[in-house]
Design a protein around this ligand. Structure first.
Ligand code: IDP
Ligand code: MG
Length: 151
């Protein structure tokens, strides 16, 4: 089992792309474990993007992610889910992202690239814990049917 934290960034929410993007993830077969609309404050943004602190784009990135509401989701699936989601998301720079990917179909600016997705199982767990309380997540895995149990 693997899970990724997804953030539909302010531009995705403002442009009305929450439905189309979540649809792609759901249609692929991923299961939603958590989902909410929220505002990210500066402390949360800095914690989430700690690995990028000191980089030239860091201040702009924090500004962007805190500028308006986002939708955060946790999507889960079998081993390999993170890599699959990253492939669906596409390259960081939408201008260079392949057609058929989320960034490659909906975006053009690296500073407005629509979506965040965890890049490893470890970051999936770390980022999920930053954005969701355990009680906000549906997490029971049914070994018999190899699928999530929704309560
Ligand atoms: P990722 O989102 O594809 O994993 P990262 O390298 O982890 O890309 O960068 C995190 C986020 O920082 C990107 O999604 C994008 O919003 C922003 N970012 C990365 N590089 C640049 C840049 O060169 N200019 C502006 N923003 C950038
Ligand atoms: Mg990243």
């Amino acid at each position: 089992m693997e899970r990724a934290l997804i953030i539909l960034k302010p531009d995705a929410v403002q442009r009305g792309l929450v439905g189309p993007i979540l649809t792609r993830l759901e249609q692929r077969g991923l299961k939603l474990q958590g989902l909410k609309l929220m505002r990210v404050d500066e402390g949360l943004a800095r914690r989430h993007y700690a690995e990028h602190e000191g980089k030239a784009f860091f201040a702009g990135l924090v500004n962007y992610i805190t500028s308006a509401p986002v939708v955060v989701a946790v999507v889960a699936g079998k081993s390999g889910t993170i890599e699959m989601v990253r492939t669906m998301v596409g390259a960081t720079n939408p201008a260079k992202a392949a057609p058929g990917t989320i960034r490659g179909d909906f975006g053009v600016e690296i500073g407005r690239n629509l979506i965040h997705a965890s890049d490893s199982p470890e970051s999936g767990e770390r980022e999920t814990a930053i954005f969701f309380q355990p009680t906000e997540l549906i997490t029971s895995w049914d070994r018999a049917t190899d699928s999530w149990i929704y309560e």
